[in-house]
Design a protein around this ligand. Sequence first.
Ligand code: FDP
Length: 338
Amino acid sequence: MQTDAFLTVQQHIQEEQRRVNPHASGEFSWLLSGITLATKVVAAQIRRAGLVDVIGSAGTTNVQGETVQKLDILANQALLSCLGNRGNVGLLASEEDEEPTVTLRDPRYGKYIVVFDPLDGSSNIDVNVSVGTIFSILRRDINGHAERSPEADVLQPGIQQVAAGYVLYGAATLFVYSTGNGVHGFTLDPLIGAYVLTHPNLTMPESGPYYSVNEANSASFPPGYQKYLSILREGKAGRVYSSRYVGSLVADFHRTLIKGGIFLYPPTGRYGEGKLRLMYEANPMAFLAEQSGGVATDGHGRILEIQPKSLHQRTPLAVGSRREMSLLAEVLQSAPAG
Ligand code: FDP
């Protein structure tokens, strides 16, 4: 490691804040340090999976009707407790919980909202495949908050995110985030327990060699998506594509960010609105995609402009490099409605 370039995520956040606002109070970096701390706790548990009793189902289902894994619960608790006492977080909305947790009712103090998916891709835990944590940070509107429910405070379009990011628990543990000024990646150095800047200014390639989709569902995709995939498979899009699908959004998105290409979770017979959650998964990934030069849509329009109607709303998601995304838009526009 080059010591002259040594920069931890904490220093990076503080520098970013000072650059935007020289009088920044440091509050925002204090909030983000709650997320980094929680994800180090999760990473430590994942690294010991199999050695300690964290693998397997907890024997319950969540608000989405999905089986809850022991690590889902642990990761959720880590985030709730590390963020709940930051002093500036008013609301916490977890993918695992039906309602948001109110930590500070008064938005003058609890001015931030953190929306998170504590452990994404959790069906991969048992087989030692990468999983992730996804987060999105919003500001609370001070005006008229007394008349609004906590849920109404959270229901903001993705364009209003002040920051978003994820942690990928893979071969290494990576923290990737954006505050609207590019996308930056940090690797957890287990020897010092700190996230160190390893991927400054990540840019999604203009085009890439991979498409990523659960092809087992393709018979029930709307016709436009089927046509698009056959164009890629048949080499009619100007290059030869390979398919890659981990089944953990964070891992599939991270590959798309680094190598380029496209990730798709279209509407299916089982999930008519797509499977992924707008607020917990699609919005943060769309924010990062756009910040790195990529594109994210629901097949019709920009993900970040969707006004959410409910916390756990699902959406189709297509995200990736400009070239693959513009071909998708063209094909979907000319295809009959599914
Ligand atoms: P999981 O169900 O394992 O938690 O939305 C959750 C998610 O994983 C994403 O991480 C992943 O991209 C997707 O679901 C995988 O769904 P399929 O198994 O239907 O492909």
